[in-house]
Design a protein around this ligand. Structure first.
Ligand SMILES: [Mg+2]
Ligand SMILES: [Zn+2]
Length: 228
């Protein structure tokens, strides 16, 4: 069965959370980092679409200055080699992001990965400096996420893939619950541990690549799906 790797962007492919840094940098006194919706989301009281809208409401940015800012970030240097190696094995690699398209596209292209499939929320830069989030990949099955990773997981499973989700945060939870395997760092790793969701702990894409090279790529913990 062919493997599909669905990789979170902020905090995973990019070790730093570029979306959070962008919202903080382009809101007055970093107000976007303190919107009450963030705490509500962490506590499970609202979905991430609500957080994104609340943060964007206080952001003022022109497209060019936003692009200049995100160009200051670097991706995990092990990501591009991992992606190329996996694709050489005939596996699928896709970036699934609850962040914004403008920086996912910019940074993947800089790595020479412009042809890699990816999905993210769309940020519209308005003429007056405001920004408006749009959710072109919103999943009818999920009212919480802007770009529900569970929806992408199910789509690849329906195509016959064994789907492994690589992520680090709260917006990966729905995807993690639906995936056939989870490779987790950061908050996602803690959440998997606390909720006893089988997962492979990782620090970066060197760990993912090492795991992917194993003869049979399955989580070391017992699987939740009989099909594995
Ligand atoms: Mg993340
Ligand atoms: Zn969701």
């Amino acid at each position: 069965m062919s493997v599909a790797w669905l990789c979170d962007f902020d905090g995973t492919v990019s070790p730093r959370d570029i979306g959070a840094a962008f919202a903080k940098r382009f809101s007055p006194d970093g107000a976007a980092a303190r919107v009450p919706e963030l705490a509500d989301w962490f506590a499970g009281r609202c979905g991430h679409r609500v957080v994104t809208r609340a943060q964007c409401a206080v952001v003022r940015a022109e497209r060019e200055e936003a692009l200049a800012f995100v160009r200051g970030f670097t991706l995990d240097p092990a990501f591009a080699p991992f992606a190329r190696e996996a694709m050489d094995r005939g596996e699928v690699v896709m970036v699934v992001s609850e962040g914004f398209d403008f920086y996912v596209r910019e940074l993947l292209e800089r790595e020479g990965l412009g042809a890699l499939p990816w999905a993210a929320n769309h940020l519209r830069f308005e003429a007056d400096g405001r920004v408006t989030p749009e959710f072109p990949f919103a999943d009818p099955a999920c009212d919480d996420c802007g770009n529900c990773k569970a929806g992408h997981v199910r789509r690849f499973q329906a195509l016959g893939h064994r789907v492994l989700l690589v992520g680090d945060g709260g917006s990966d939870r729905h995807g993690a619950l639906a995936a056939d395997g989870v490779l987790a760092r950061g908050h996602l790793r803690e959440w998997c541990r606390d909720t006893r969701l089988p997962h492979v702990p990782i620090d970066d894409f060197r760990d993912v690549a090492a795991f992917a090279r194993r003869p049979v790529t399955h989580p070391s913990a017992p699987s939740r799906r009989a099909a594995l």
